[in-house]
Structures are given as structure tokens and as C-alpha cells.
Write a protein that binds this ligand. Structure first.
Ligand SMILES: Cc1cc2nc3c(=O)[nH]c(=O)nc-3n(C[C@H](O)[C@H](O)[C@H](O)COP(=O)(O)OP(=O)(O)OC[C@H]3O[C@@H](n4cnc5c(N)ncnc54)[C@H](O)[C@@H]3O)c2cc1C
Length: 379
């Protein structure tokens, strides 16, 4: 697939932003657990707060392939910040796409400018992969809904202003779930402590606790019982963006490995002279090119509304995040002991990329989605 001139320009803009604002600070943010909201707002000034969002509410009106190109470039500077931005974009797109006119006008412009940040609240302590088993309840009372429950592992929580919360308004299973836009100022909304994590340290992860949180009934996103479909369709694009973040992180790690092999000497020669290591580089590059090709294919399928878009997004998420992690880990190995030291930047990339194999649906669940679609098509 050949990128257009516009897509090349988007990539260059995002790469320049990553080089100037993300890469020089990424290690410090990781070590100090700093969430750089000011830098996110700078990215929003370039249109990255609402990449696939319609222009009438402040979005950039771009497609999924454009978005994949942007997130890959951003993640070369810091996968953790790029990944939070991808979650923010997912939530903003959900409100743009499924919100009514009043909700779009009220919430989306401030999300596109990142004056407001967003969080996506699906997972619960008792419902992760089996998200349709969630137990947070939303009870209708007159012109309000009252929400009770706990959301687990919520990216951006505490710092975000807008929470899209999936909660049960009906019976068991996916058809009993609705989506709601919850403001941080809502009485009854609180947060757990910032989790101590392996990676993604430059963004907070907390529980979101809803204890009698009363919201106006007009904050429901889409029809009652339609929330699970909204949440799942948003994840198609979210999975592409997270994959792009793996690709960008791995590409940066590979670049470091190439430079290291050219500089480092052992046994009287450059490491780059060892054919076994050259072949390793070749395989790493080939893996990333294959991953990028599948990612772009899935993004183009989502842009075109192909029937197979959801399983293609799942295939891309599984393959790209596995390949990205493997390549980053190999790049660390090629640095020997230096790869294990923070200052070389490799171990942070490996730690950041590891979680991409787990969230937005684990890579096992991606296989569930792909195989289910294959078997359904054959029946
Ligand atoms: C840093 C971080 C940030 C996150 N951010 C968010 C967020 O912003 N919003 C949000 O809603 N969630 C978020 N999550 C949650 C994430 O999406 C879940 O952790 C993930 O979906 C897995 O759920 P679980 O942790 O409950 O694992 P479980 O569902 O308990 O799974 C445990 C293991 O069993 C496997 N497994 C489960 N069912 C099957 C099956 N049927 N077939 C094969 N294998 C299976 C899984 O693949 C996994 O390996 C985040 C998680 C982390 C770690």
C-alpha cells in the first residue's frame, strides 16, 4: 500500500512532534510518573486530539489509515503518551459518532482541543476479557441515571475530565448494557490510587469508583441497551491505534539496535560484521514491514466499511503487538547489558509495549474474534 502525499505529510508532522516534544522527555516522565498534559495539548493544536472526528465539532476529519500513520510516528518518541492519546481519540470518536447533536456540541470540541481529557471505562474487577459480564449498574430515576460500580485499570483516570462508562441498564449479557458520558465533577465519582505498573508510567491507571453517581438522563450515549455495540465498535479503531503505537516503539528500538551494532566492537570487529546479527536485523525489519502491511490493510478495511473489518482489526492487533514486542525485546538483546540500563531507552520501550498484548482485548481474545468470524462465515 502506497501512502498519499497527505499521509506522508501527516507522518512527518507527527514524527517531528515526537522528536521535539516526546523523545527528549520520555525517560524522565517514565521515571517520575509524570503525565504531561501540556504536551498533549500541544499535540491537540496539531489536530491530534480528534483525528478521526468530524470537522464541524473541531476534529481533523481524517481516516483510520491516516491515524495509524500518525500514531506510529508519535510512538517513536514515547509509546506510553502516544497510547494515552489513542485512548483519548477513541473516546472522542465515540461521542462524535454515537452522540446526539447536543452531546456532540457539548463535549467534543473541548476533547478535540484536549482542554478536556477522556477515559474509557469498560473493564471491571470481575469482568475483563468477558466484558459483557460487567456489573456496574445504571438505574433510571426520573430525569437521571444513578450509577454504582467499580471500573478497573482505567487509563487517564483522575486526570481525565470525561469518562465514557459502560453500565448495565437491563438484564444479563451485552444487550443489557448502555453507555454514559460522566463528568469528573459528578458527586459520587472517585478514583483509586495510581497503580504501580511495569510500564506506561507516564500516564495514570486507576480504578474509577461510582457510588450513587447521579447524572442527567441525557448523558446516555446511544439507545438504552446499545452500549456494548458502541464500546466494541470503538475498539476496532482503538486496536489499530494501539498496534501503531507498538510499531512505532519497535521501530525506534530497531533504529537504536542498528546504530549500536555499527558502533560496538567485540572479538576485534564491529558487531555489525557478524552475519548472525545482520540476519537478526533483517528478520526484525521484515517482521515490522509485515506488521505494518497488515495494520494498513486492516485500517483501509475499516475506512472502507468492509464486512471483515472487525476480524482484520483483531488480526492486526494480535500480530502487530506481538511482533512489536518481540522486535523491541530483540533490540534490547542486541545491546547486551546496555540494553538493560535505563539510559539507553530500550528497556522502557519493552516495558511500554508489553501491555499492548494485554489491553483493548488480550491477544487471546483477538484469536477468539478471528476464529469466531471464520467459523460463522463457514456455517
Ligand atoms: C495498563 C492498563 C491499562 C488499561 N486501560 C484500560 C482502560 O483505559 N479502560 C478499560 O476499560 N480497560 C483497560 N485495561 C484493562 C484491559 O483491557 C484488561 O486488563 C484486559 O481486557 C484483560 O482483562 P483481565 O485483566 O481481567 O484479564 P482476564 O480476562 O482475567 O484474562 C486472564 C487471562 O486469561 C485469558 N483468557 C480469558 N478468557 C479467555 C478465552 N475465552 N480464551 C482464551 N483466553 C482467555 C486472557 O487472554 C488472559 O491471558 C487496562 C489494562 C492495563 C493493564
Amino acid at each position: 500500500m502506497i501512502l498519499t502525499d497527505t499521509q506522508h505529510a501527516l507522518r512527518e508532522t507527527a514524527a517531528a512532534f515526537a522528536a521535539e516534544h516526546l523523545e527528549p522527555n520520555a525517560l524522565r516522565w517514565d521515571q517520575t510518573k509524570h503525565f504531561p498534559v501540556d504536551v498533549l495539548r500541544k499535540a491537540a493544536q496539531l489536530g491530534m486530539g480528534g483525528i478521526c472526528v468530524a470537522e464541524d465539532v473541531g476534529g481533523s476529519g481524517l481516516g483510520r489509515l491516516d491515524s495509524a500513520v500518525i500514531f506510529e510516528a508519535l510512538a517513536t518518541g514515547c509509546p506510553s503518551i502516544a497510547a494515552y492519546l489513542s485512548i483519548h481519540n477513541m473516546v472522542t470518536s465515540m461521542i462524535d459518532r454515537y452522540g446526539d447533536a447536543a452531546q456532540r456540541a457539548r463535549f467534543v470540541p473541548a476533547l478535540c482541543s484536549m482542554e478536556h481529557l477522556a477515559s474509557y471505562c469498560l473493564t471491571e474487577p470481575g469482568a475483563g476479557s468477558d466484558a459483557a459480564a460487567l456489573s456496574t449498574r445504571a438505574r433510571r430515576e426520573g430525569a437521571s441515571y444513578i450509577l454504582d460500580g467499580v471500573k478497573q485499570f482505567i487509563s487517564g483516570a483522575g486526570a481525565a475530565d470525561i469518562y465514557v462508562v459502560l453500565a448495565r441498564t437491563g438484564g444479563p449479557g451485552p444487550k443489557g448494557i448502555s453507555a454514559f458520558v460522566v463528568d469528573r465533577a459528578t458527586p459520587g465519582l472517585s478514583f483509586g490510587p495510581n497503580e504501580t505498573k511495569m510500564g506506561w508510567n507516564a500516564q495514570p491507571t486507576r480504578q474509577v469508583i461510582l457510588d450513587g453517581a447521579r447524572i442527567p438522563a441525557d448523558r446516555r450515549l446511544g439507545p438504552e441497551g446499545g452500549g456494548f455495540a458502541v464500546a466494541m465498535s470503538a475498539l476496532d479503531g482503538g486496536r489499530l491505534n494501539i498496534s501503531a503505537c507498538s510499531l512505532g516503539g519497535a521501530q525506534a528500538a530497531l533504529g537504536k539496535a542498528v546504530r549500536h551494532l555499527l558502533e560496538r566492537e567485540a572479538f576485534g570487529a564491529k558487531l555489525a560484521d557478524a552475519q548472525a546479527l545482520r540476519f537478526r536485523l533483517a528478520d526484525m525489519r521484515t517482521g515490522l514491514e509485515a506488521a505494518r502491511t497488515l495494520l494498513w490493510r486492516a485500517a483501509a478495511a475499516l475506512d472502507a466499511g468492509e464486512r471483515d473489518a472487525t476480524p482484520l482489526c483483531a488480526m492486526a492487533k494480535r500480530f502487530v503487538t506481538d511482533t512489536g514486542f518481540e522486535v523491541a525485546n530483540q533490540a534490547l538483546q542486541l545491546h547486551g547489558g546496555y540494553g538493560y540500563l535505563s539510559e539507553y531507552g530500550l528497556e522502557k520501550i519493552v516495558r511500554d509495549l508489553r501491555v499492548h498484548q494485554i489491553l483493548e482485548g488480550t491477544n487471546e481474545i483477538m484469536r477468539v474474534i478471528v476464529s469466531r468470524s471464520m467459523l460463522a462465515a463457514a456455517q
